[in-house]
Design a protein around this ligand. Sequence first.
Ligand code: SAM
Ligand code: DTB
Ligand code: SF4
Length: 330
Amino acid sequence: MKDIRSDWTLTEILDTYNSPLLELVYRAAGIHRKYNNSSEVQVSSLISIKTGGCSEDCSYCPQAARYNTGVDVHKLMPIEQVLSAAEKAKAGGASRLCMGAAWREVRDNSDFDRVLEMVKAVNGLNMEVCCTLGMLTESQAQRLADAGLYAYNHNLDTSEENYKSIITTRTYDDRLTTIANARKAGVTVCSGGIIGMGESAEDRVKLLLTLSRLDPQPESVPINALVPVAGTPLEKQPLLPIWDMIRMIATTRIVMPKTVVRLSAGRTAMSDEGQAFCFLAGANSIFAGDKLLTTANPDFKQDRRLFDSLGLKPKQNTVQNTLVNETVLD
Ligand code: SAM
Ligand code: DTB
Ligand code: SF4
């Protein structure tokens, strides 16, 4: 049977997810080695270009204005600050920079113009540029593409059925529309979810079913473990068992063989051995640098040590940057 499929069924993915753990990992590791270089891990770095004060009610998020989480709220950063953070990330081994803004949606205003300038500037460093700015129209996606955006991150987070219990201020369809808008503009798609929010195994599998049926499948799928933040409705959620993360990564790898599967939020609570299992099961990307958007993450040095112990190396950026010359000439 062929491996790259857009016709996975719920039962097939559920059976895969529930199969004996070591068999599941063995199968996922085989698929991973067939389609990817298993000794390479793509390293991304995150920067929060606009923090907190968001109008949405995402139950997991420390940046929603309605929860008292004590995040350090700040308006859109100056371009120079983004550039120096990007340079630091590049020096630490990151080949991709993801800029996140706590916005419900992008508006056509001077802030968006500044984000477009940031995209151009980071492109000039020859890094893959990714943004996560909330909902986008097709023309906004096109303007980002024209500025040289490589990827747009917009997570589906959970199953359509469970979505309403996590977020009420937007719909699953809104998310799918933004993903389609990014795709139409020729920007690659990064979309995944969060586990450990109290969802069932079936919710996790339904998320993967939806992602696997996107045509083409997303180029990158971040799997986040919930970071329970005090002040959010999910603050009391127990920490995700590592075995659940390994199962989710392995299943993602099997249903989306060529996708970059990112072991995302939650790594500070994971052991090196737990993370090693995730890499074996097909994870081939991480966020590196001591901060995600607002919460802690292992620093570059710690990850370098982990890579050295496991014989992994950071993937070099192979994307040819067509806008570099243009930026230099500007
Ligand atoms: N506002 C934009 C949006 O919602 O698309 C972009 C930023 S938002 C913070 C990006 C993603 O971070 C969310 O879709 C969610 O998957 C993830 N995230 C936020 N808080 C998290 C938490 N406490 N634990 C794990 N992942 C989280
Ligand atoms: C994704 O899936 N995870 C990243 C990135 N995409 C934007 C964000 C994780 C945020 C974790 C909570 C925080 O640091 O605020
Ligand atoms: Fe706002 Fe994004 Fe956080 Fe939701 S996840 S509250 S949209 S920043």
